[in-house]
Design a protein around this ligand. Structure first.
Ligand code: 13P
Length: 281
C-alpha cells in the first residue's frame, strides 16, 4: 500500500469513526518499530518528525528514510512534517516527498496565522500534499524547551480559520499539552464537541503522551481523527534500555538496536489498539 496522502487516511478514519496515531520518530530504529506495529495490526500509520527535532535528525537524511520506509510498507503510511515553522523547511520536506505538512502559526495573531497558512496551502498544493495547521495554542512545547501556556481554541475562530485557509486538518487546543502532563490532563471535551459541530475537516489532538485511554476514546467519539504521540515513545525507549542495562550491560550493539525497535513497536501498538485503527486496511 505504501506512501499515501494523510488526507486519505483521515477521510477513512472519519468514515469508520476511529483515530489514527501520528508517531514522532528520531531514527531508523523507531521507524522500523512503528511500521512493524502498523503491519502487524493492519493499521494505517502517520510517521512524523517536527522541525525542532531536525538538529538531532537532519531532514535531508531522516526524510528520505521515512519516505522510503513508507513506500515499502504493507499498510498505508503518510509521512508528515510536524510543527513546520519556516517556509524553507516545509518546502524541503515537500521536495523530499513528505505527503503532508503542518504549518504552526499558533504563536501569531489570528489574521497573520490565516495569511501564512494560506501561503503554505498553495505551496503544498503544487506537491499534492495535505496541510494541517493549528488554531488556539497547545501547551508545553515540542522539545520541552518552553512551557507555553494553553490557549483554548475558540469555536468561532476555528470555523473561520478552516473556511478561509482551506486546510485539510486542524489541530486544536482543548487543554492538551506537549510533553508529559504535570497533573491529570483536563480535556475540554465540551469545547471539542462544539468545534466538531462547526468545523467539517478532521481534527487533530497534539500532546498524546499521558492522555488516558478513556479520554482518547471520548475525543475520537467527538471528531478527533489524528493523534500525535512523541514523548511516550522516546520515554519508552530510554526506560527499556535503562532496564536492560540494569539487568545486564549490553555487550553486543545489535541487542541495543533491537531493544530500541521493540520499544517503539510496543508504544505504537499500545496506542493503535486504543485508537481503534487496527484491522482497517
Ligand atoms: P507528546 O510529546 O505529548 O506526545 O506530543 C506529541 C505532539 O503533539 C507532537 O506534535
Amino acid at each position: 500500500m505504501g506512501l499515501v496522502k494523510m488526507k486519505d487516511i483521515l477521510a477513512k478514519a472519519e468514515e469508520g469513526n476511529y483515530g489514527v496515531g501520528a508517531f514522532s520518530i528520531a531514527n531508523m530504529e523507531m521507524v522500523l518499530g512503528a511500521i512493524k506495529a502498523a503491519e502487524e495490526l493492519k493499521s494505517p500509520l502517520i510517521l512524523q518528525i517536527a522541525e525542532v527535532r531536525l538538529n538531532h535528525s537532519p531532514l535531508h537524511m531522516i526524510g528520505p528514510l521515512m519516505v522510503e520506509a513508507a513506500k515499502n510498507a504493507a499498510v498505508p503510511v503518510a509521512v508528515h512534517f510536524d510543527h513546520g515553522m519556516t517556509v524553507e523547511k516545509i518546502k524541503q520536506a515537500l521536495e523530499v516527498g513528505f505527503s503532508s505538512v503542518m504549518y504552526d502559526g499558533s504563536h501569531h495573531e489570528l489574521e497573520k496565522n490565516i495569511q501564512n497558512t494560506k501561503e503554505i496551502v498553495s505551496l503544498a498544493k503544487q506537491y499534492g500534499a495535505t496541510v494541517e495547521a493549528e488554531i488556539g495554542r497547545v501547551g508545553g512545547s515540542e522539545d520541552g524547551s518552553e512551557d507555553i501556556e494553553i490557549l483554548l481554541t475558540s469555536t468561532e475562530e476555528a470555523k473561520r480559520f478552516a473556511d478561509e485557509t482551506k486546510v485539510d486538518a486542524l489541530a486544536i487546543a482543548i487543554g492538551n499539552a506537549h510533553g508529559m502532563y504535570k497533573g491529570d490532563p483536563n480535556l475540554r471535551l465540551d469545547r471539542l464537541h462544539e468545534i466538531n459541530e462547526q468545523v467539517d475537516i478532521p481534527l487533530v489532538l497534539h500532546g498524546g503522551s499521558g492522555i488516558s485511554p478513556e479520554d482518547f476514546q471520548k475525543s475520537i467519539g467527538s471528531g478527533i481523527r489524528k493523534i500525535n504521540v512523541a514523548t511516550s515513545t522516546f520515554n519508552r525507549v530510554i526506560d527499556n534500555v535503562n532496564k536492560a542495562v540494569q539487568l545486564k550491560p549490553y555487550s553486543d550493539y545489535f541487542d541495543y538496536h533491537q531493544d530500541v525497535i521493540q520499544a517503539a513497536y510496543e508504544n505504537v501498538t499500545y496506542h493503535m489498539n486504543i485508537f481503534g485503527s487496527s484491522n482497517r486496511v
